[in-house]
Design a protein around this ligand. Structure first.
Ligand code: SF4
Length: 340
């Protein structure tokens, strides 16, 4: 944690930090109210804090807020933002859909997981985001006051940066923070087992697993994480938690032509997930320049969905969003690094 950055702090850590500076303990609540309740971008706006304490705050802290450097609007309303975070450039996406506005946040600069189909994976890994970098994405997009849902599906593997991600979730869901219901937040993982356990033990947010192939020997070829975190072991862990009530479990499955879209793969999914309260989101692959992967036909995708549905697995086919601005699933990248 960067102790000097306000939006890196939880209420408790800020309180003890401010008290150590000689400020009253209620100052932390005042600061939090300004930052999260009123969207303050400078200490000078905090009119109910004494001049002396504003000077102390300015001397010892910065808010941690910084604006985006670029935004691009898709024809379908999806909007992609570029932020110059401390460790490098990251991308954030807002996705409007009927009465929802979903924000897709990044948690790392690049990613170590090297999934074969993902642009972020191809960028390599340049560093973890701090909790403040994650929260700043939520506070600094143009639609900040209208966001209804947050998904950790941008750049990076959340459970490879789990300390910062859990602190960000604390800020997002606490009354002193942004007071969002955990049911409005979904965290997506490629399948890190220890991180999944820690997340499930300490949060009530929804969980999404990137599945993409039910078979160990095939999955490891497109997702190296499978070598050390076999999907069968992860599913065995998931069976120990309750997903039948408030918390939702979903599996993301990008369909690749001829690679994971056969009846054998559909049968493998049915066997792997039998009896687990969950849904499978089937996603059309977004063609990436230089990639050997391709999307199956619409008929094949529908056929795959029907196979699952007829065998008791809730399966939905997800609409493509933001492809024209490279904001779709697996297309986010550290733009400046790639352009060099
Ligand atoms: S799909 Fe997710 S976990 Fe895999 S390389 Fe891309 S960002 Fe990382």
């Amino acid at each position: 944690m960067n102790e000097k950055t306000i939006i890196d702090h939880t209420a408790d850590s800020l309180r003890s930090s401010l008290v150590a500076l000689g400020m009253p303990s209620y100052s932390a609540s005042q600061v939090m109210r300004w930052v999260y309740g009123k969207g303050a971008v400078s200490f000078d706006e905090m009119s109910d804090i004494s001049k002396k304490n504003i000077s102390l705050l300015k001397e010892h802290y910065h808010l941690g807020r910084y604006p985006y450097t670029l935004s691009t609007l898709s024809a379908d309303g999806t909007k992609k933002y570029l932020f110059a975070a401390s460790g490098g450039n990251i991308e954030t996406v807002t996705i409007p859909e009927s009465n929802r506005l979903t924000l897709c946040v990044s948690c790392q600069v690049g990613c170590k997981m090297s999934c074969a189909f993902c642009m972020t994976g191809k960028c390599g890994f340049a560093g973890n985001l701090t909790c403040g970098d994650i929260i700043n994405q939520v506070l600094s997009v143009d639609e900040a006051n209208h966001i209804t849902n947050i998904v950790f599906m941008g750049m990076g593997e959340p459970f490879d940066n789990i300390g910062e991600v859990l602190r960000a979730i604390d800020i997002l869901t606490s009354d002193w923070g942004l007071a969002l219901s955990p049911r409005r937040i979904t965290v997506s993982t490629s399948g890190l087992i220890d991180g999944t356990r820690r997340f499930l033990d300490s949060s009530q947010c929804h969980l999404a697993i990137s599945l993409h192939n039910p078979f160990h020997d095939e999955r490891r070829k497109i997702m190296p994480v499978e070598d050390t975190n076999p999907i069968a072991d992860l599913v065995a862990l998931l069976r120990r938690y309750d997903f039948a009530h408030q918390r939702r479990l979903s599996f993301e499955y990008i369909l690749f032509d001829g690679l994971n879209d056969t009846p054998r793969h559909a049968a493998g999914i049915v066997q792997l997930l039998r009896g687990l309260p969950c849904r499978v989101n089937l996603i059309r692959f977004h063609r990436v320049e230089g990639s050997d992967f391709a999307s199956p036909s619409e008929e094949r995708i529908e056929e795959f969905a029907r196979y699952l549905s007829h065998r008791g697995i809730i399966a939905t086919v997800r609409r493509s969003r933001g492809e024209d601005i490279a904001a779709a699933c697996g297309q986010l990248k550290n733009s400046l690094r790639l352009n060099r």
